[in-house]
Design a protein around this ligand. Structure first.
Ligand code: VG1
Ligand code: CO
Length: 541
């Protein structure tokens, strides 16, 4: 076994997006591609000499090979110890937990999350800091800078790394610990939630369907929902992580989790349905005939979190991404706690949690989580909902009705227009930004613009600024839309249009109908059809 140094050259386009670097798997498999980026991470964080790192991923195609390459490079770069999930597997929240609980220096997570997997689909990699959270922009910028000038990388050749055997081994001077990916995470969940109460509810006949979408949460959900909480075998469906997710698109929304939706909207629906994404950090919650919008799920959790033992003393504060609905703000106001607004992407929540300002965060994109880790956490959200149901004795539809009756209903929807040609999408956003200053006071059908701006975030903890985080247009009366381009896609551009309108009286409308005026105004203002030729979205959540 020898440490070797390989000459390389910068590869264009290795700029991390909303959540790490995501490209087609075949791109990652081209010569030096992964290696360049991993060396850039190591150099960008000031080297890994003597450091301890967590490594693992969501099990998609290339996860195992990439894990081995990272271990070989970590050893060659002088890392002291690496802790990897067995077979290279770790859900994103479980990786975050290990980084924190094992007091490591950080970790590398291999995932393209909700993007499809397989040799012809997507792969991704991101670096998380010692707090367990995604690297902030200052660090991803430093990593990107290294990719632009990289000339060599270091790697161990020869010897073998067996990821399948739990226990300690070594690569050169670096110790490697292969750990069970599930155990520590399960312990953490048991410390937060009332397992006996949830188990009792399940024993009393509350049926559950957990759709793991052939991605990473299967083993976690089986261990917790079936083995510990006693749900019937088979409650977890698509529970085996597969390299191509069995062809499923592991995005837990009504479009991609349509099997679950069919079941939940059908005559024999279980009392509780949920789905997770590829790397286990997102969740969708569904009751019988009752789809819970992620923004509402976040607000419900905020309003009821104290029923869970881990949150019994109350929430310090809450935070949501800017495009997420203001349902959370209404709860925060009632609770008398602060509600922060951040740009899209979990990396912006870390500072607020580390600073003790917030304990619950969420995004409209099916991501909810708390300061138990520094990532969003799908299984956590599912257990929180089950805990709320167990303690309140209410069904999902009852929880929603009661919530709206108390706080009003923020009708909300996101429309995604996928694979638009990048130059057309860029032209659309540029034109929109140019038009913002003149929008105030203009009317579009029933809607009159009150304010319009390009969202910029000033981090209250470290003083950093992130500009151009989404255009938002607020109408008189408070309805609004937000529009931005996705930072996680791998082909063309995805336009995300978020619309919202508060209703204090009528809670039973179809959200698309309730939002029709706002949608119409948004289409006119953005000129979606004119720029992209698209009239209808590909995905509606
Ligand atoms: C999307 C979501 C965002 C989320 C991000 C990563 O980003 O909108 O809310 O944080 O994915 O989630 P974008 O830039 O495509 O809108 V995950 O589950 O992919 O780590
Ligand atoms: Co994810």
């Amino acid at each position: 076994m020898t440490k070797i140094t390989i000459n390389t050259a910068p590869i264009e386009g290795q700029k991390p997006g909303t959540s790490g670097l995501r490209k087609k798997c075949r791109v990652f498999m081209t010569e030096h591609y992964l290696e360049n980026f991993v060396q850039a991470i190591f150099d960008g964080i000031g080297g890994v000499q003597g450091k301890t790192l967590i490594v693992g991923g969501d099990g998609r195609f290339y996860n195992d090979k990439a894990t081995e390459i990272i271990l070989r490079m970590a050893a060659a770069n002088g890392a002291g110890r690496a802790i990897a999930g067995q077979n290279g597997l770790l859900s994103t929240p479980a990786a975050s937990h290990l980084i924190r609980s094992m007091k490591t220096d950080g970790g590398i997570i291999l995932s393209a999350s909700h993007n499809p997997g397989g040799i012809d689909e997507d792969f991704g990699i991101k670096y998380n800091m010692s707090n367990g959270g995604p690297a902030p922009e200052s660090v991803t910028d430093a990593i990107f800078d290294v990719t632009k000038s990289i000339q060599e990388y270091h790697i161990f050749e020869g010897g073998s790394v067996d990821l399948s055997v739990i226990g300690a081994t070594a690569l050169g001077d670096m110790q490697i610990d292969i750990v069970d990916p599930v155990t520590a995470y399960v312990d953490l969940m048991q410390s937060l939630f009332d397992f006996p109460a949830i188990g009792k509810m399940i024993a009393g006949g509350t049926a559950i369907r957990f759709d793991a979408m052939n991605a990473i949460t299967g083993p976690y959900a089986s261990a917790i929902i079936e083995d510990l909480l006693g749900a019937a075998k088979g409650s977890v469906v698509h529970g085996t992580p597969l390299p191509d997710f069995g062809g499923m698109h592991p995005d837990p929304n009504p479009t991609w989790a349509h099997e679950l939706m069919d079941e939940m909207m059908g005559p024999n629906a279980p009392a509780f349905g949920c789905a997770s994404d590829g790397d286990g950090d997102r969740n969708m919650i569904v009751g019988p005939n009752c789809y819970v919008s992620p923004s509402d799920s976040l607000a419900v959790i905020a309003a009821n979190a104290t029923v869970a033992p881990g949150y019994a003393s109350g929430l310090k504060g809450v935070a949501r991404s800017m495009p997420t609905s203001a349902a959370l703000d209404r709860v925060a106001e009632a609770l008398g706690i602060a509600c922060y607004e951040t740009p899209t992407g979990w990396k912006f929540f870390g500072n607020l949690m580390d600073d003790g300002r917030v304990s619950l965060c969420g995004e409209e994109s099916f991501g909810t989580g708390s300061d138990h880790v520094r990532e969003k956490d799908g299984v956590w959200a599912v257990l929180m909902w089950l805990n709320i149901m167990a303690v309140t004795g209410k069904s999902v539809p009852e929880i929603m009705q009661d919530h709206w009756a108390k706080f009003g209903r923020n009708y909300y929807s996101r429309h995604d227009f996928e694979a638009i040609e990048s130059d057309k999408a860029d032209a659309m956003i540029t034109a929109l930004r140019g038009a913002l200053a003149g929008l105030k006071g203009q009317s579009f059908g029933a809607m009159t613009v009150e304010t319009a701006d390009d969202y910029s975030y000033l981090d209250p903890v470290d003083g950093s600024t992130s500009a151009h985080q989404g255009v938002r247009v607020v109408f008189e009366g408070g309805a609004r839309f937000v529009v931005r381009l996705s930072g996680t896609g791998t082909s063309g551009a995805t336009l995300r249009l978020y619309v919202e309108k508060l209703d204090l009286k009528d809670f039973d409308q179809d959200p698309q109908e309730a939002l029709a005026d706002v949608l119409k105004a948004a289409h006119t203002i953005i000129q979606i059809e004119g720029f992209s030729g698209r009239t209808a979205p590909d995905v509606i959540t």
